[in-house]
Design a protein around this ligand. Structure first.
Ligand SMILES: *Cc1c(COP(=O)(O)O)cnc(C)c1O
Length: 238
């Protein structure tokens, strides 16, 4: 394609995204059934970061209500208005959270998937108390122990979850991971499931466009899918 302008009308865009959502839903059902899981036990978090607002609107028009964003500021620019129109939305924060953004994150997101250090856990607790809100929190695990990546190393998760629960009073409902790009994801998904059993949490956020079927086979309860729902992101802005 040389012409970057999207000439299709809102109806065909909506049909395209509804079609993508439908195909993913079918794959979710197929993957759960193949391993004897309940198809309703897996939810699709549509990752709308960097996507044009028309595409997000098309997903909403198609009836989708669960979205993920990786940056607080970007999410703040689009979601408060959309929430007025769609009060039944659920928003997940799936990117790193700086403590100076905790106030905005607690105000905007229903679920914060990326808790990974004591200072952040404490700041979230304080801010939730201040705003009189209880947000669901997951702990991000750096399953590949990559130095540049956020998340708690696998061998520190038990202690960190205990700290969140016992010292901070933060309810940890799940774990999330982003496997290394240059490694097969299955071992990382299996490791996350193993740790989740050990620390007794229900929710497993794992699997993206390229590997969500594997993630579901290994126990994912939430898959975070961007490209396969909305199309390729504009790399110049990400
Ligand atoms: C962008 C992103 C996704 C979605 O990735 P796709 O490959 O586009 O499905 C999932 N999880 C996180 C944390 C992301 O930042």
């Amino acid at each position: 394609m040389t012409d970057m302008v999207d000439h299709r009308g809102p109806v065909s865009l909506e049909a395209e995204i509804a079609g993508n959502l439908g195909m993913i839903a079918e794959k979710i059902v197929g993957a759960t059934i193949s391993v004897g899981r309940d198809p309703n036990a897996v939810s699709l978090v549509a990752v709308s970061k960097v996507q044009p607002i028309e595409r997000v609107a098309a997903a909403l028009a198609a009836g989708h209500r669960l979205f993920g964003e990786n940056r607080v500021q970007e999410a703040q620019a689009k979601w408060p208005t959309l929430r007025e129109r769609y009060p039944d939305l659920t928003l997940h924060l799936i990117g790193p959270l700086q403590t100076n953004k905790v106030r905005d994150a607690v105000a905007l997101f229903d679920v914060i998937e990326t808790v990974d250090r004591p200072k952040l856990a404490k700041a979230l607790r304080e801010e939730m108390d201040r705003q009189g809100l209880n947000r669901t929190c997951f702990v991000q695990v750096n399953t590949g122990e990559e130095p540049q990546k956020a998340g708690v190393p696998p061998n520190e998760v038990d202690a960190f979850v205990a700290f969140c629960r016992d010292e901070v009073g933060l309810d940890v409902a799940g774990l999330m991971c982003i496997p290394p790009i240059d490694d097969g994801p299955a071992l990382h998904f299996a490791l996350l499931r193993e740790i989740a059993r050990r620390v007794d949490v229900e929710e497993l956020s794992m699997g993206m466009s390229g590997d969500f079927v594997t993630a579901i086979e290994l126990g994912a309860t939430l898959v975070r899918i961007g490209t396969a729902v909305f199309g390729t992101r504009d790399r110049s802005s990400q």
